[in-house]
Design a protein around this ligand. Structure first.
Ligand SMILES: [Zn+2]
Length: 78
């Protein structure tokens, strides 16, 4: 598999077991609580695809991989 380009990444924050985005890549709303379970995040870190629904604009982010700071997705976000 090709490496995922950096413009396909989006940073996330983890606070008290919840996952937040500082801003939504689709509609720019700030402080988005992402509906993604800890388990799904751990799986994404192992390279299993996860879907995160944005509560603000109802877009679905397809997360191909995750690291401690970023989601690596299947689309250009920047
Ligand atoms: Zn949004």
């Amino acid at each position: 598999m090709k490496p995922i380009p950096f413009d396909h990444t989006w940073p996330y924050e983890r606070q008290m077991g919840d996952i937040y985005l500082t801003s939504c890549p689709y509609c720019s709303q700030e402080n988005i609580l992402v509906h993604l379970s800890d388990r799904a995040l751990e799986n994404a870190k192992e390279g299993f695809k996860a879907r995160a629904n944005m509560p603000c604009c109802r877009k679905t982010m397809i997360i191909l991989e995750a690291d401690e700071d970023y989601f690596w997705t299947n689309e250009k976000l920047r």
